[in-house]
Design a protein around this ligand. Structure first.
Ligand code: PMP
Length: 415
């Protein structure tokens, strides 16, 4: 019979030991990750324990709103009025006026009848998709869809089909075959991002919409990296193409260009009401602090103001400067569409980590993005720009990249 002592010595039952083994395995593959401590920030400049001033080229705060005086003031005001926490889930007593006011602002901003806010973009995806489709249904995703969308599809229990990135022919074949098994009652949901998070390229939304309409499917478009920066008043790619009425679910986050924290889905009132009844990440999770919703609502107004426009202009001026400076050395990705994301593909995981470390040493923070966030062998530096970068900071970065290109063998992503 096993004694407690023998159980203690049995390493297979020792969680710490099993974890150490798993970590060693990750280390050997060049895939071990660790947290980086940021001590303070004044916008583009951040302080790290080993360096008190580093220029951040990795944030999704594309307009610099996270440290804007206007939103800091809004957050203080929100805290004064509503405290720091909501105290319960939305359905209990955590549904404050700022949550609903934010949702009304989001609905109007996104050209939808209604919107529902969640604690994060991740919570939005895992709450929304399983509330709308389930076993017997089919979810068809672009291969480069964000992990939150893939996890949400898995959680729903629906059959998952993946099409190669932006491959309309394959999407059409999957749509054509989606009801083969289950017949007419099968619900089919197509999922894509509008601007892809790791590549900065765009989905062919008009074509995807034509296909999903032809085959009677629904469409969810994750606009996480488009909202705030693209289209009139930063309303996103769907709005810039005038397609709001044809996308059943426009999803996004409040944590990137909007500068705060949270997620949302803009949709019809009926879908919103159903999600309130079924989305488990909304029902069983404490509502976001009302002060956060209050601040996000101010951010939505700011995006539609002259200041929002000026920040977007500065972001795109920065992107033009970066591309023109990179031009000679890099075959930089010159998307027709402006994304604030520029992937510098390194390929090898270890080489990406080393390049990133050398850049940090020189005062530029661009972390290496590796498997499983991107495919194996497609490790990259994911460079992001913000409206708060100064021309001199971009020039210094490019001078540094130029020095590192030959010795580190950086190969860039083709257009
Ligand atoms: N969707 C996409 C495309 C994203 O890039 C992210 C964030 N990395 C999310 C959803 C999740 O959003 P959040 O960080 O607000 O949870």
């Amino acid at each position: 019979m096993r004694t407690d002592a023998s159980m203690d010595n049995d390493t297979s039952h020792n969680l710490t030991h099993a974890s150490q083994e798993a970590l060693e395995h990750l280390q050997q593959q060049g895939l071990r990750r660790s947290l980086r401590r940021v001590l303070s920030t004044s916008g583009a400049e951040i302080a790290l324990p080993q360096r008190d001033s580093v220029i951040n080229f990795s944030s999704n705060d594309y307009l610099g709103l996270a440290t804007s005086e206007a939103l800091k003031e809004a957050m203080r005001e929100g805290v004064d009025r509503f405290g720091v926490g909501s105290g319960a889930s939305r359905l209990v007593c955590g549904n404050y006026a700022p949550h609903e006011d934010l949702e009304a602002a989001l609905a109007s901003y996104k050209g939808a009848e209604a919107a529902l806010a969640f604690t994060s973009g991740y919570a939005t995806a895992v709450g929304t998709i399983p509330a709308l489709v389930g076993p017997g249904d089919v979810v068809i995703l672009d291969k480069l869809s964000h992990a939150s969308l893939i996890d949400a599809a898995k959680l729903s229990g629906a059959t998952i089909r993946i099409f190669p990135h932006n491959h309309l022919g394959k999407l059409e074949r999957l749509l054509a075959g989606a009801r083969e098994k289950g017949g007419a009652s099968t619900r089919v949901l197509v999922v894509t991002e509008s601007i892809f998070s790791m590549d900065g390229d765009a989905a062919p939304l008009a074509e995807i919409i034509a296909l999903k309409e032809k085959h009677g499917a629904w469409l969810l478009v994750d606009e996480a990296h488009a909202v705030g920066v693209l289209g009139p008043q930063g309303r996103g790619l769907v709005a810039s193409l005038g397609l709001e009425k044809q996308v059943e679910l426009q999803m996004g986050t409040l944590s990137k260009a909007i500068g705060v924290s949270g997620g949302y889905v803009a949709t019809s009132s009926a879908v919103r009401d159903l999600l309130i009844n079924r989305a488990r990440s909304l029902i069983y999770s404490t509502a976001p602090p009302p002060a956060v919703a209050w601040t996000a609502k101010h951010a939505i107004s700011l995006l539609q103001s002259a200041e929002g426009e000026a920040r977007r202009e500065k972001l795109w001026a920065n992107k033009r400067l970066l591309l023109s400076l990179l031009g000679g050395t890099f075959t930089a990705q010159t998307n027709a569409l402006p994304a604030a994301i520029l992937p510098i593909i390194i390929g090898d995981e270890e080489a990406a980590v080393q390049t990133s470390a050398a850049l940090l040493e020189a005062g530029h923070l661009i972390p290496a993005i590796r498997y499983p966030t991107v495919s194996r062998g497609a490790a990259r530096l994911r460079l992001t720009l913000s409206a708060i970068h100064e021309a001199g900071q971009i020039e210094a970065l490019v001078a540094c990249l130029r020095r590192m290109v030959p010795q580190l063998g950086i190969a860039t992503h083709g257009a």
